[in-house]
Structures are given as C-alpha cells and as structure tokens.
Ligand binder design. Structure first.
Ligand code: GDP
Ligand code: MN
Length: 336
C-alpha cells in the first residue's frame, strides 16, 4: 500500500524528521504569500507533470489542478534550499537486511539519479554512529541521524518495502524532507491496523477472498482446507475467509494466520482444523495461545497428529478446548 505524500510526511515527522509546515486542502485555501502546492496523487513524477507548483497564488494553482480531477492538495510553506539529495531505505535482496541508499544529487528523476551508494545495516545491530558518518560523507550533509533512523524504522517496524525522501533538501537549519514516498508491504498490513485507521484506509489485501459468511477457517494443506470449507457448508455454515498455513508451520505462521483471519470484520468465529504430520500440534497450539488475547474472537480447534498431547496441554492451560474430530469443532462453532 502506497501512502500519499501527506501521510508519509506525517509519519516521518512523528519519527523526528523535519518536514515543511503544511496542510491538506480539499476545498479552499486562505493563506497569502509564497507556497508550494502539491497534488496528492499516488503516481510519481508530479514535478514533470506540473503537479507541484511553487506559487504566490495557491488558490489559483489549486483551481487549475482541480480541473484535472485532482481533489486533494498539500499546501506547504516554501522552503528555500541550497541543494537536493536522495535518501531511501529498503531491503537488500541479497542479504535480506535493511539498507540505506543515498545520493548527493536528488530531485525529480529517480531513475537517472547517479552516484547512488548503498549501506547495508543488519537488524541485529541497528544503525550505528559509523553508518551515519559514512552516509554523511557520501551525500555531504551533516545531521542526517534523525532521517536515517526514521527511514530505517519504517522498514524494520512499519514493514515498509520502500521509504524514500527525494528530494532531501539542504538548508542552513539542517536537512528537510521536501517529498516522501512510503510503500507498506501489503502482506504485512494486518499488523498495522493503527496506521490504517489513522489514515482512514481500508485493509483489502489481494489474497483476501470474501466468501460472504461469518466463519474464518484456518487449516494446513490445500486439501484439508478445502475439505474443511466443504464441511462447514454441508453442516449449514457459511465460510467468510480461509487461510492455509501449509506444511510445517511454526507458531509465528499460525499467529499470523489468526491475526489475519480475525482482522476480517465479517469473521465472527474461527475454525482451526489441523492434522499434524510435518506440522507439529504443539507449535500450532503455541501460535494460537500467542494470538488469542489479541484477536478476541472464539476459536474452535481440531488438533490431531504429531505432538497432539503436548498441543492439547498448551491449549488447556489457556482454557481452550481441543477437539479430536473436525465435525465436533465445526458443530460447536455453528451452534455458538
Ligand atoms: P515528484 O516529482 O512526484 O517526485 O514530486 P516532488 O515532491 O519530488 O517535487 C518535484 C520537485 O519540486 C522537487 O525535486 C523539488 O525540486 C521541487 N519541490 C518539491 N517540493 C518542494 C518544496 O516543498 N519546496 C520547494 N522549494 N521545492 C519543492
Ligand atoms: Mn520526489
């Protein structure tokens, strides 16, 4: 999910990055003086398309752009600056670790930005002083600590695929983010409900299948998952959503499945049908226990197979019943 510039800037500001003073305008803008009016559209290259205007008459710029069908504008104070640089954070494909990409020359054209250097900063150590020294030396800007830490945090804690500031402008007061682009990994959106509600965005992952009912289904393996759906239907229930945890799922995977299925507002109860083979029932139970207090929806767990006894014990300690037969778990779910 790509954030709008005003959203990305609000997020960056909350993480300590300096951004121009500004406001989101949907109808009229009253102020007089020099402003930058920026169309809030998700496509890049606005500069080249005339959708970023430095102007002394912001209302006219808004009126003109509105004719193009644009309905939201970020109106900011004009920030005079000496130079524009580029900085972003993303994941290094080779190591899977976060990296910071920087160039001393930033501006409109991302593709043609030259002199880009990347600095891999492994999660287990995090951003250190010597990283900042190397980065500052390459872009020739002092005081980028807040910027680097914020971008790094967006990748490591907000699941951003990309967090980019282009241009990062150099002013006598230090660096300031004139533009911001943040893309959150869709597969991790279920972890960021707070962000979604803050920006009033709906959570609609592509893999989400709205089946219209109210029962969430979690199972292991495509065959068993489909069979569970069929059973729910045959017994008179309506599935809302399903999640196949696959083979050999660990507790984190199980927890993810539960959080994700539970985040569908249609889901009122969840049937978990596990037949342990390479999937271990104790791991499944641990995942359920870790998620149960967060999801606040009733679960009906059928647990059978490898490490079943251990799994049952773990669930029982949390007051969760484990069924031996799927038909009983589904039956109780339908009657509840
Ligand atoms: P993009 O083309 O969609 O990436 O839009 P940008 O926000 O990056 O704007 C394009 C260019 O407009 C930037 O490279 C800057 O040179 C300029 N620009 C953008 N925002 C500001 C601003 O707040 N103040 C000033 N002075 N220039 C800006
Ligand atoms: Mn830009």
């Amino acid at each position: 999910m790509k954030l709008y510039e005003w959203e990305a800037k609000q997020l960056l500001a909350s993480l300590g990055v300096r951004v121009p003073k500004g406001q989101l305008v949907k109808d009229k803008f009253e102020g007089k003086g020099r402003y930058v009016v920026k169309a809030q559209v998700l496509e890049g290259g606005r500069g080249k398309r005339g959708l970023v205007r430095v102007t002394d008459d912001p209302q006219s710029a808004i009126d003109e752009m509105r004719k193009l069908g644009i309905d939201a504008f970020l109106v900011e104070e004009y920030v005079p600056h000496d130079r524009e640089a580029y900085i972003s954070a993303l994941l290094d494909r080779e190591t899977g670790e976060p990296m910071i990409a920087v160039s001393p020359v930033g501006g409109v054209d991302v593709e043609s930005i030259a002199q880009v250097r990347t600095f891999v900063i492994p999660m287990e150590r995090g951003v250190r002083g010597y990283d900042l020294i190397k980065i500052e030396r390459h872009i020739g800007i002092k005081g980028v600590g807040e910027v680097v830490n914020a971008l790094y945090k967006l990748v490591t804690e907000y699941d951003a695929e990309l967090a980019e500031i282009n241009p990062l402008a150099v002013t006598p007061e230090g660096p300031i983010a004139l533009d911001a682009k943040v893309i959150i990994d869709d597969n991790a959106l279920f972890r960021h409900q707070d962000l979604l509600s803050k920006f009033n965005r709906a959570y609609k992952p592509e893999s989400y299948v709205d089946l219209g009912g109210d029962i969430g289904i979690i199972s292991n393996g495509a065959g068993l998952t489909m069979a569970t759906m069929d059973m729910v239907k045959l017994m008179g229930g309506e599935p809302a959503d399903f999640f196949d945890i696959g083979g050999g799922a660990d507790r984190a995977r199980v927890k993810e499945a539960l959080l994700r299925v539970a985040s569908n507002p249609r889901v009122k109860k969840i049937v978990i049908n596990i037949f342990g083979g390479i999937t271990r029932c104790d791991e499944v139970a641990r995942g359920i226990v870790e998620a149960i207090d967060v999801i606040k929806k009733p679960v009906f767990v059928r647990l059978s197979g490898v490490n079943e006894e251990e799994g049952r014990k773990i669930l029982a300690e949390k007051g969760i019943k484990a069924y031996s037969r799927a038909i009983d778990a589904i039956g109780d779910a339908l009657r509840s």
